[in-house]
Design a protein around this ligand. Structure first.
Ligand SMILES: [Mn+2]
Length: 438
């Protein structure tokens, strides 16, 4: 009983505090600062407030300094706003785990003068989502950071379908589109002069996944279409179907509801979305619906063999060299149950490795007979990026959580500062610990 009451007080206090933080004029608290958790003590004397900052370590430190200097003001205002008889003293803690993409409960600060995010997200059915599209115009479609085939293919198919309805629709020019997918978005990206009226997002599970330049739309998304289990509401309306193998499957459903017929371009975009998110129909997310959607693409003239060749079979010379080096230098531990791959900056430079080349490289070590945990350490400019892939018995996220990262059971990641060999050793030690107790 008491717990429920304190939970309610904490939650009300958190919202009040978030609202007060929004009104701060301190430039140090201008970035993407969120409260991820808040616990008010039973005696109402203190509030432990966990803060996440999207940005560099320095941004985070500065934001914390800004919050601490405003603590007196925030204490009075938040208590008053929350209607508390006592004024708990907010104690701010930096929540580092969140910066690696876990839970963001509330985004509390946007660019100056931007409206606040919608307080409530309305869950839409596919029919309601289609009606929204039918009744609006001047669309801008957002895709996620490090865009993959699903976010881009879905955005392109939706854009073309809206244009087929004589509407104006453009893609947000995502600066991270790699050469592999450039052909898809060509001619569909908005220029700086475009003034959208309706903002859509596809395949974006969380505000933290917005491209840096799209952050200004973070609180303006009218409709989000997504299939991630972990999808977090940030838009005015959301249609989420976690059974869909790809957002592309959901876009096909919308296209049918809008009564737009599939043409070759739409079919190519949808096939790209569906095939890439299923590892060319090999992953466990594939359903009969996935094949039906792919068959519709084939019927509409999608270039199935050509796309499969470009997306899954043809590899760049640098990728082949990288795979060779990865295989030659792989280290095994615990009688071959743990495999470690290290990709250092010299390799990346000498072999001319691109982001496209690194895509999916983490699966190589795990896909070896007897390996239960595959670890890939990639040296970056500032730190090492770690990808862990595991067999179903082992929880990859548990290993990465030890280093402030996270992810799914079969695939997780984290970033660690340090020399690549030392980082590799740390990871193997952590993996061994989890392996031996699982
Ligand atoms: Mn997807």
């Amino acid at each position: 009983m008491a717990n429920t009451r304190m939970n309610r007080i904490s939650s009300e206090y958190m919202q009040a505090l978030a609202s007060c933080m929004r009104s701060l004029k301190d430039p140090r608290v201008q970035g993407f600062v969120s409260i991820t958790r808040c616990e008010v003590t039973n005696d109402l004397r203190y509030a432990k407030v966990y803060i996440s900052v999207l940005g560099s370590d320095r941004d985070a430190q500065e934001a914390m300094r800004g919050l601490k200097s405003a603590a007196g003001y925030l204490r009075r205002e938040a208590a008053q706003k929350a209607g508390l008889r006592a004024a708990p003293e907010p104690i701010f803690h930096l929540d580092n785990s969140i910066r690696h993409g876990a839970d963001i409960l509330s985004v509390i600060h946007e660019i100056e003068n931007a409206p606040t995010p919608p307080p409530v997200t309305v869950r839409y059915t596919p029919e309601e989502a289609a009606a929204f599209l039918q009744n609006h115009d001047q669309f801008l479609i957002l895709t996620h950071r490090r865009p993959d085939g699903d976010t881009l293919g879905s955005a392109v198919a939706l854009c073309l379908a809206l244009r087929a309805l004589d509407k104006t629709a453009y893609l947000f020019p995502n600066p991270e589109v790699t050469p592999k997918y450039k052909w898809l978005v060509e001619g569909l990206e908005a220029d700086a002069a475009f003034q959208p009226e309706s903002i859509l997002s596809v395949d974006i599970a969380d505000l933290s996944l917005f491209p840096a330049d799209a952050k200004r739309y973070g609180n303006r998304v009218d409709l989000s279409v997504d299939h991630h289990n972990s999808s977090r509401a940030f838009s005015r309306t959301l249609w989420c179907d976690s059974h869909a193998a790809a957002t592309g499957e959901m876009i096909l459903r919308l296209i049918d509801l809008l009564e737009v017929s599939l043409d070759e371009s739409i079919a190519n975009a949808l096939y790209t979305a569906i095939s890439t998110d299923t590892g060319c129909f090999k992953f466990s997310n594939v359903t009969a619906e996935t094949f039906r959607a792919a068959a519709r693409c084939a019927d509409a003239g999608a270039n199935i063999a050509g796309l499969n060749l470009d997306l899954f079979i043809i590899k760049s010379p640098s990728r082949i060299k990288l795979e060779g080096a990865v295989q030659a230098n792989m280290q095994f531990f615990e009688s071959g149950r743990i495999a470690l791959v290290k990709i250092d900056r010299t390799m990346i430079r000498d072999m001319h490795i691109t982001i496209d080349d690194l895509d999916g490289i983490a699966a190589i070590s795990r896909n070896i007979e007897g390996v239960e945990i595959g670890i890939t350490v990639t040296e970056q400019e500032e730190d090492c990026k770690i990808s862990v892939r595991t067999c179903s018995r082992i929880n990859a996220a548990e290993i990465c959580e030890k280093f402030g990262g996270g992810g799914h059971r079969a695939a997780a990641g984290c970033n660690i500062n340090g020399e690549i060999n030392a980082v590799g050793k740390q990871l193997v030690d952590a993996a061994r610990e989890v392996l031996l107790k699982s």
